[in-house]
Design a binder for this molecule. Structure first.
Ligand code: FAD
Length: 412
């Protein structure tokens, strides 16, 4: 589809560019398109989110354990921007009539960017949805924090050693990125729990259960091994090649017939995409991501783009979809905005090409492992406190770029 600005404004109406989701991808896209179209009076940018804040999702594990600040009110980011923010959950995308429904109003769009991120996936495992703590949203992190804060205090006064041990057994289902990052944080927290409440260290147990034969399967094998060793050094037990098949209020059932008793079960084992996209009749992948072409446009409707976790954006080199990660959501957000701008003004669009800038996995307050891409195809691996500084620098860079793009002084 090649359109141009005169064609678009011929009916003399203001045209809406609507973005669903103010996460990494959506917020970046909204700020970029607003800046590009600043001088045009014909376009309105609308941003919709079910929350009035932007969540720094990559640090949720820290909030779940240490109650650190991981959200930024959107009004601070959108101050003085020509972006209309709508608080609400989009329930319907009407592709034919080009509208989205938020609360009880219909918002027409000329271009739509879907950036709704991902949700927890329980894979229909019996009891999982009812008896586990997911870690996908700020509300999830708050719930885990409240729960775990009480565990140490309650256990300290428990006379029966078996019950005390069971109370202090934390099981993490899923040894992917969020699972291992959470386990690393939790190990630091429980050592504080031991010293603050005078609890015998041997009473505390943290177990990570992963179905694959290594932790964080998408990461380089060498780094994956380092992650495992560092977690073990922190006292975390790692069960690999172990599948969860059932969960009750206080038991975890494994495929090898093992049963682990625990009331503290955190599920980080998988993500899925909301069926909002599929319900709109758009073509999706098996996990519900919108199938997009090289420009990030829906294959079934060129007025619709998708970015971030909810897009099935393919790496042209590997021919595989890029993993769900913040760095790709940010890159895609910028590209979708630029391609919409190009389309409006009849200019050529750019194809998506993911840049892997590095991968850093934190394992507690003072430790992280990962690598960073340097110029001339060089890679540097970081382990330890240096890695941790790098992880903090990545978060700060995100805030810095938000400040730069929005031209607002943003604080938590
Ligand atoms: C604990 C944890 C640690 C992680 N660590 C890392 C890491 O170290 N590095 C990394 O690269 N990635 C990490 N990730 C993954 C990363 O956070 C995601 O890939 C990234 O957030 C995806 O960005 P997004 O813009 O697609 O979606 P999100 O950032 O999830 O934003 C989606 C937004 O859409 C809104 N929304 C959803 N549905 C609707 C609706 N129907 N109507 C209105 N609004 C809606 C949500 O409220 C949310 O604000 C981690 C994830 C978790 C959970």
């Amino acid at each position: 589809m090649q359109t141009n600005v005169t064609e678009l404004i011929k009916d003399n109406e203001l045209k809406n560019i609507v973005i669903i989701g103010a996460g990494y991808g959506g917020l970046t896209a909204a700020l970029r398109i607003e800046r590009l179209l600043k001088k045009s009076v014909f376009f309105n940018v609308h941003l919709i989110d079910k929350n009035p804040f932007h969540t720094i999702k990559t640090q949720l594990h820290e909030a779940a354990v240490r109650k650190t600040e991981v959200s930024i009110p959107l009004y601070k980011i959108l101050k003085n921007k020509k972006i209309q923010f709508h608080l609400g959950e989009v329930k319907i995308i009407d592709v034919e009539n080009k509208t989205v429904q938020i609360n009880d109003k219909l918002l027409p769009f000329l271009f739509l960017i879907i950036a709704i991120g991902s949700k927890v996936n329980y894979y229909n495992i019996t009891g999982m949805a009812d008896h586990s703590f997911p870690l996908q949203t700020l509300y999830d992190a708050d719930k885990i924090y409240e729960h775990n804060s009480n565990v140490c205090a309650i256990s300290a006064s428990e006379k029966d050693e078996n019950i005390r041990k069971e109370n202090l057994r934390f099981v993490i289902g899923g040894g992917g990125l969020s699972g291992v990052e959470f386990a690393g944080e939790l190990a630091d927290h429980t050592s504080k729990c031991v010293s603050n409440f005078n609890i015998d260290k041997s009473n505390v147990e943290i177990i990570v259960i992963e179905a694959a034969d290594r932790l964080v399967p998408f990461i380089n094998e060498n780094i994956s091994e380092k992650i495992k060793n560092r977690l073990i050094q922190k006292g975390v037990k790692v069960l690999l090649g172990s599948k969860l098949i059932k969960r009750t209020e206080d038991e975890v059932f494994l495929s090898d017939n093992n049963i682990i008793k625990s009331k503290n079960f955190i599920w980080t084992g998988g993500i899925r995409i909301s069926d909002l996209i599929k319900r709109g009749g758009l073509k999706t992948s098996t996990v519900g991501r919108l199938i997009v072409d090289e420009y990030l446009q829906s294959e079934s409707n060129k007025h619709i783009y998708a970015i971030g976790d909810s897009a099935n954006a393919v790496n042209p080199v590997t021919n595989k979809p890029v993993p769900a990660a913040a760095q790709f959501a940010l890159q895609q957000g910028r590209l979708a905005a630029e391609n919409i701008y190009a389309e409006i003004f009849g200019r050529p669009k750019n194809a998506y090409y993911p840049k892997v800038l590095g991968e850093v996995v934190s394992l507690g307050k003072h430790l992280a492992i990962g690598w960073l891409a340097l110029p001339f195809f060089k890679k540097v691996t970081f382990v330890g406190f240096l890695g941790r500084l790098l992880k903090t620098a990545i978060r700060e860079k995100h805030i810095f770029l938000l400040r730069k793009e929005s031209r607002n002084w943003i604080t938590y």
